[in-house]
Design a protein around this ligand. Sequence first.
Ligand code: FES
Length: 141
Amino acid sequence: MRLADESAVQSGYVTPFTGCCNVVRAGRRPYNPPRMAWTSLCELGDLNEGAGKYVEVGGLRLAVFLHRGKVHTMDNYCPHAGGNMAGGYVEEGCAICPWHHWAFRLDTGHLRDTTAVQIPIYPTRLLERDGHPTLVQADLP
Ligand code: FES
C-alpha cells in the first residue's frame, strides 16, 4: 500500500486517517469517528420548562430544552448570526433565538415557516434510575 505524503493531503487528494496511529493512507474514504451514542448531558432537575440550558460535551456546544415534559437537544449556534440558542426560550414548540428571535422547531430543527434553514438536532431521552436523579441523554455523533 502506498502511503500519501503531506502535500497530497493538503491538496485534498487524500484524507488523513486520524484513527489510532496517525497514518495517512491514499485512496481511503474520510474517517468517520464512531458515534458517541447516548451521552449524558445533565440531570432533568437542571432544566427549567421553556428555557434553554447550555451543555458542552465531546467538542459539541449544545442547547437543551424541556418542553411539555419532553427534552430536546440542538446545536447551540444559531445559523442566522451565531446567537446562543441556550439563552433562548420555547414558544409554540420552537426554540427562539435570543438575538433576533428566529424560531426553530424543536422536533426538526427547521425554521418555523420554512425548511430552508435548519439547526442540527439530536435524539434526546430521559434515563430514569432507581435512587438517582433522572438523566437527560442525547444520541450524539
Ligand atoms: S442570531 Fe439567532 S436569530 Fe439572529
